[in-house]
Design a protein around this ligand. Structure first.
Ligand code: DGJ
Length: 713
């Protein structure tokens, strides 16, 4: 029988006996999300996009957006609900997979229980009476950052085994050909992948037990034609540090769903309560930058809590690439002197100060100060650093243990995984679910913090878990919570072999991320440019590395290295004794510029520019009122064409005049011979011109950076 010969399809069934349908909307000034539930079934997101009028008739919108169907389909379109149910003949990945305490698969079917809506917050509660389950969803719109935060919670009267629970499931736009997700590696974080939408699933599952370099939990779905600066885009971030799963699926009927949750099977024990991490969403009609700015502001102003918000972000010095494990008090004091002279305001003592840690084969877990290196303890170094006017920070890697350590020899059962597991950097992972482990770590860290004036911890995590386990992440969060309660003035940096633990979950407990172990300015420029889709300057560490880069082997000029670090939370990580007078001068000047500007830079938005020259990576950091900006235009290779292409700026006030000038005209190459006005001083032009035509920059060598300041007149 062909479709033509089929009897007419019955209309979608709605009988008077069914409970009334329900509608909710979640708004801010930029976006609206509409949830519609047929009868007492789970709701679907029937609209998410540009703000709808207040007077929008939601039942009419629901009816208008019902999809048609034809032959070869079910007699009704299964709901793409916020937790798609297998019991509804849903043809894609369900939003939940669970088994009873005895292991029997459960196929729940939820029915409406109650809803509470107040001031941008929506709470929906559903129940499955047969299986004694409750399902709760929260949605919260932030009027200022335009982030919608949502979360799913499951409760059960009897303990159940959870394999998968999705945060509220969101349909992806149809006006999109591709999605952008993120992968990476050590020294190569935040790599953007553009993946076309096709039938079936694009799944990213991170089973390493930490956020990882490999699968940053973010997704951007640009609509057709969107760029950094224009068009529509939808963005997602899952705020969890224990490994996640993302499913972006095009269903057989062409609809698309995006699911986020903890990686499958992360809950090892049956329980009566489970929760996803918060899922952060935003819609933008100003290109990818609209999403980026929302995430940047939300992280800075909502997620992170700042121990000393009144104090400007201090310029860092970190000694890792200067001395590694070879700590000598007199040398560290000399390094601190030089770092202070360059402009550093915080000195961070990295790995190597405890146990018998002369290399990475031993001592993790033995958090006693090494009396061979520090016969009088850390106080002489701390005092010396304070005497220079710098604050003091220290490195820990709390969740790890070397088999060659006193603590492991005394407590081999504290380590996660089998005895014959593969080691990573010669180390194992402590079981953070054990209260005894957390108490031990708390006591040891607290002992160092309470006996020294230390205001900063670099908290490292250099290996993946032997097997992923959500209890591990919860244990780490609990330890961080306890330390932060007792030492509220201490700032914490999240590091995991560079950027292996960056997500909004860890950023609720920390204030800075060590974005990458790559201090190679060419690589760093790209990594921090792409990370800015989610991260603000305030949390993103960036250090001037050694002249001869330790992780790439490249030799890069000091000016380029300094300006790349000045794009984010600035610091130094080379041995300052290697610097020539010229290098010292350049670095001191760039640091002074950063300090003079940091107050407004911290509050600025990072806007990625659409560059017509693929050799250039450029961004505009601008005050939210568009009155002041700085453009960093980094050149990573020799351009194909010989003349620099003008660089279009973005989001300026079109009818205002801006005074624009080069900050680092002393970096001019001796090969430039032309007369672009910027070479000789400031130009005054309109915002419209800067956005439409763009700035004509002087010719430059590869591996250089132009820094351009602008001010509205
Ligand atoms: C890995 C980090 O990413 C480095 O910055 C440094 O702290 C080392 N660990 C120390 O072992």
């Amino acid at each position: 029988m062909t479709t033509d010969t089929l009897p007419p399809a019955p209309p979608q069934k709605v009988t008077a006996a069914e409970p009334a349908s329900q509608f909710w909307r979640v708004d801010d000034a930029r976006q609206t999300m509409v949830l519609s539930a047929a009868g007492d079934r789970l709701p679907q997101v029937t609209y998410w996009g540009a703000r709808l009028p207040d007077a929008e008739d939601l039942p009419a919108l629901h009816a208008a957006s019902a999809y048609d169907f034809t032959g070869g389909m079910l007699d009704e379109n299964p709901d793409l609900s916020i937790c798609p149910e297998a019991t509804q003949t849903f043809p894609g990945q369900p939003g939940m997979e669970l088994r009873s305490g005895t292991g029997a698969p459960l196929h729940p079917s939820f029915r409406f229980a109650n809803a509470v809506q107040e001031r941008g917050r929506l709470l929906l509660h559903y129940q499955d009476a047969d299986n004694a389950l409750g399902l709760q969803f929260t949605f919260e719109a932030d009027a200022e950052t335009h982030i919608i935060t949502c979360q799913t919670q499951l409760t059960s009267e009897e303990p159940v085994h959870l394999n998968w629970l999705a945060a509220p499931v969101i349909p992806a736009p149809q006006y999109s050909n591709e999605m952008i997700d993120f992968s990476g590696r050590w020294c190569g974080e935040f790599q953007m992948n553009r993946v076309p939408w096709t039938a079936g699933i694009r799944a990213r599952e991170n089973r390493t037990g930490r956020t990882g370099h490999e699968h940053f939990p973010g997704l951007i779905v640009p609509c057709v034609g969107a760029t950094n600066t224009q068009g529509e885009a939808y963005a997602f971030h899952y705020g969890w540090s224990g490994g996640h799963r993302m499913v972006a699926e095009e269903l057989p009927d062409g609809k698309r769903q995006v699911q986020w949750g903890n990686a499958t099977g992360l809950e090892l024990e049956p329980a009566t309560e489970f929760s996803t991490a918060p899922l952060y969403l935003t819609y933008s009609n100003t290109g990818l930058n609209g999403c980026a700015v929302s995430f940047q502001r939300h992280v800075r102003d909502r997620i992170v809590t700042w121990p000393k918000p009144e104090i400007p972000r201090p310029v860092h010095y970190n000694c890792w690439e200067a001395v590694y494990f070879d700590h000598k008090l007199d040398e560290l004091c000399e390094i601190a002197n030089r770092a202070a002279a360059l402009g550093a305001e915080r000195f961070v003592l990295d790995d190597g100060w405890f146990g018998k840690r002369d290399d990475d084969t031993s001592s993790l877990g033995d958090w006693a100060i090494d009396a061979r290196k520090y016969p009088d303890g850390l106080t002489p170094l701390v005092d010396h650093v304070h005497g220079l006017g710098l604050t003091f920070g220290i490195w820990f890697e709390p969740e790890m243990v070397n088999p060659d350590s006193d603590i492991f020899r005394a407590n081999p059962d504290w380590a996660l995984g089998q005895a014959d597991q593969l080691l990573g950097r010669q180390q194992m992972v402590l079981n953070m679910a054990l209260p005894a482990v957390r108490d031990y770590l708390y006591d040891n860290i607290a002992a160092v913090l309470s006996t020294h004036e230390i205001d900063y911890i670099k908290w490292d995590h250099n290996r993946v878990l032997p097997t992923p386990d959500a209890a591990q992440t919860r244990g780490t969060y609990a330890l961080l919570d306890r330390l932060r309660t007792d030492f509220p003035a201490v700032e914490i940096e999240s590091c995991a072999s560079g950027g292996g633990r960056i997500d909004f979950g860890i950023l609720q407990q920390t204030q800075r991320v060590w974005l990458s172990d790559s201090n190679d300015a060419i690589e760093r420029l790209r990594i921090q440019h792409d990370a800015a889709l989610f991260l603000p300057l305030a949390v993103t560490g960036s250090h001037v590395g050694p002249r001869h880069c330790h992780t790439s082997g490249r030799i890069l000029d000091i000016s380029f290295r300094a300006w790349v670090a000045a794009q984010r939370h600035m610091g130094f990580e080379m041995d300052p004794r290697e610097l020539t007078d010229h290098e010292e001068r350049v670095l001191t000047n760039a640091t002074a510029w950063w300090k003079a500007n940091r107050d407004w830079l911290i509050q600025a938005d990072i806007l990625r520019l659409d560059c017509p020259d693929p050799a250039v990576i450029a961004e505009q950091q601008m005050t939210p009122d568009a009155s002041r900006f700085v453009v960093f235009a980094g050149k990573t290779a020799t351009s194909n064409q010989i003349s620099p292409r003008p660089l279009r700026l973005t989001a300026l006030q079109a009818d205002a005049m801006y005074r624009v000038g080069l900050v680092n005209s002393s970096d001019m190459s001796r090969l430039t011979r032309g007369t672009p006005a910027l070479k000789d001083g400031e130009i005054t032009v309109s915002g419209a011109y800067l956005m439409q035509h763009g700035v004509t920059l002087p010719w430059a060598f590869p591996d250089t950076m132009w820094v351009v300041e602008g001010e509205r007149l």
